[in-house]
Design a protein around this ligand. Structure first.
Ligand SMILES: Cc1ncc(COP(=O)(O)O)c(C=O)c1O
Length: 381
């Protein structure tokens, strides 16, 4: 099998599993317990916090472990907006049309609580419209959430410019770095953001684990109420093994990044050039250069994306028609339609997302298979 669906999930790395193993088998006490095994679990959790914090350039106490990217985004969007509303009366939220549902849906939920919401559009490459953003941000805005890199088309957003618009107005800036962590630098200060969401399983960690890094000065209302774990910001007994795995995955991917990013960029460009050469009218979706190193996404006019996907699957090549999260929906991608593609073209989308084990031979094998796959899939119906 050639696995090119790392944006959906990236298989756990051996080193990550080895880091987590003691906390699944030997050190299994509740990290809140005061006895010796509890203290050992606590030490592991705090070690993981330090390891993640070092990558993100924050203090360990600014890392909140969560059940994944979705929870981290929900905690940021709901928690920051509600806390700002309570403290300062700001009840306006801004986000973009190319966010993951983990940001868009909590933002919409805030509208049902009386917040106002502006969803800023993007250009044909999926880059946020900064003029539109500047026009909607005010000193009544509680939160602006802009994804670091989009999961369907890989476009990287100009966060420094977004931050420059938010800062003078005192608007808290959150970014969803679920796809970019491990592939791009994600230090909060360098990006100019106040909070940042990471998911373990996109990095070779375990599914169901992630974290939110949030600056200590940013008021945050918890979403999960209970025993007050994670310094009151996320109640629930911490999953030590998964947190250790998430931190290890983040640290290992970030350490490998200087070598991996150019390697993946070269493979990505080889794949894109090959597909464009093979399929008349094929177009790259997303920005050509400001994109994730591992993300090769295209539309193939006149070719059914789902049919190509099924034929590739039968040939042992695993990829996706867009976002795995919306794969069960028949609707055309909200990201591609926000970029101005019509729904029919959006339904021809194909996304290959590369990972640490992807080789040039894999890319060449996919390109060799593609003509047969396209012939078998036939034209779009
Ligand atoms: C950009 C982005 N944000 C958030 C998520 C949700 O992360 P998780 O699967 O860890 O809940 C995903 C997962 O697909 C994603 O791609």
């Amino acid at each position: 099998m050639i696995y090119l669906d790392h944006a959906a999930t990236s298989p756990p790395r051996r080193a990550v599993l080895e880091a987590a193993w003691p906390y699944l088998t030997a050190v299994t006490a509740n990290p809140a317990s005061v006895h010796e095994p509890g203290r050992a679990a606590r030490a592991a959790l705090e070690g993981a916090r330090e390891r993640a914090a070092a990558v993100l350039g924050v203090r360990p106490g600014e890392v909140v472990f969560t059940s994944g990217g979705t929870e981290a985004d929900n905690l940021a969007v709901l928690g920051i907006a509600r806390a700002a509303a309570a403290a300062t009366g700001r009840r306006h939220v801004v986000t973009t049309a190319v966010e993951h549902a983990a940001v868009l849906e909590p933002a919409r939920a805030l509208v049902r609580e009386g917040f106002t919401l502006d969803v800023v559009g993007v250009d044909g490459d999926g880059v946020v419209d900064l003029d539109h953003l500047a026009a909607v941000l005010t000193d009544r805005t509680a939160l602006c959430a802009v994804v670091h890199a989009n999961n369907e088309v890989g476009t990287v957003q100009p966060l420094a410019e977004v931050a420059a618009l938010c800062r003078p107005l005192g608007v808290v800036l959150h970014t969803d770095a679920v796809q970019s962590a491990g592939q791009l630098p994600v230090r909060l200060d360098d990006l100019g953001v106040d909070s940042l969401a990471v998911s373990g399983h996109k990095l070779g960690g375990l599914r169901g684990a992630g974290l939110l890094a949030v600056r200590g000065a940013v008021p945050l209302e918890p979403v999960l109420h209970g025993g007050g774990q994670e310094r009151g910001r996320r109640s629930g007994t911490a999953d030590v093994a998964s947190a250790v795995a998430a931190a290890a995955a983040l640290a290992l991917a970030d350490a490998a990044r200087p070598a991996e990013a150019p390697r993946l960029t070269a493979l990505r460009d080889r794949l894109l050039a090959g597909v464009l050469g093979l399929v008349p009218g094929a177009r790259v979706t997303g920005h050509r250069t400001q994109r994730l190193p591992n993300s090769a996404s295209v539309v193939l006019p006149g070719v059914g994306g789902e049919l190509v996907l099924a034929e590739l699957d039968a040939a042992g090549v695993v990829c996706s028609s867009g976002s795995a999260c919306s794969a069960e929906s028949e609707d055309a991608s909200h990201v591609l339609t926000a970029m101005g593609l019509d729904a029919d073209l959006a339904r021809t989308a194909l996304r290959f997302s590369l990972g640490p084990e992807t080789t040039a031979d894999d890319v060449d094998a996919v390109l060799a298979l593609l003509p047969g796959v396209l012939a078998a899939a036939g034209p779009v119906r």
